[in-house]
Design a protein. Structure first.
Length: 190
């Protein structure tokens, strides 16, 4: 049984993929500098606003809109404006995604990706194609293991994955305890 080393998350992210020539050497993953490298730290923690949930929802909505604007500006600066979004399964160790074209096991790919976590990051990573599986009419499922990754790049990936997982858990809890769901706090099931 295969045991995974890293946390994984399903996500949709903009990517640019390029097959590298076999003779390529000295590949090193890196964070692409630019606007995305700016530190956009939240001013208030959610714990600070628990006493006023309405204000928290309003500020969260404003924050989401500002983050979207920053993401668009950052994408333009990083050359990721007209790229396709891919549904991926992402971890610190690699990425799995569906592609229209097949790659061969052993191919090395250059992957430029924009992560929407805060602070925003555009990463240039390299990966070794480990598995290619033909899907029905959808293309090919390609599993890639990242290679030659520096600690700062791995930390940016880890931060993004943990933020996405935290957001997904928060959404699940909000759904479970929403009054519309009929299972809100304090209600007894009959």
């Amino acid at each position: 049984m295969e045991k995974r080393q890293f946390f994984r998350v399903n996500d949709v992210i903009p990517l640019i993929l390029q097959k590298m020539p076999p003779s390529t050497s000295a590949l090193k993953a890196r964070i692409i500098p630019g606007l995305l490298q700016s530190s956009f730290e939240p001013v208030l923690a959610e714990d600070d606003l628990q006493s006023d949930p309405h204000l928290l929802r309003m500020l969260t909505a404003i924050d989401a809109k500002l983050n979207l604007i920053l993401a668009r500006l950052s994408a333009q600066d990083s050359g990721l404006t007209n790229v396709e979004n891919y549904q991926v399964n992402l971890s610190e160790g690699g990425i799995c995604l569906t592609l229209p074209d097949a790659y061969a096991v052993g191919d090395i790919l250059e992957i430029k990706m924009m992560l929407s976590s805060i602070p925003y990051s555009v990463l240039l990573v390299y990966g070794l194609v480990e598995r290619v599986q033909k899907l029905t009419e959808e293309g090919f499922e390609v599993a890639v293991t990242f290679i030659e990754m520096e600690d700062d790049v791995r930390e940016a990936l880890s931060r993004h994955i943990l933020q996405r997982q935290r957001g997904m858990l928060r959404n699940q809890l909000e759904y479970l305890y929403s009054p519309d769901n009929g299972e809100g706090k304090g209600e007894n099931a009959s």
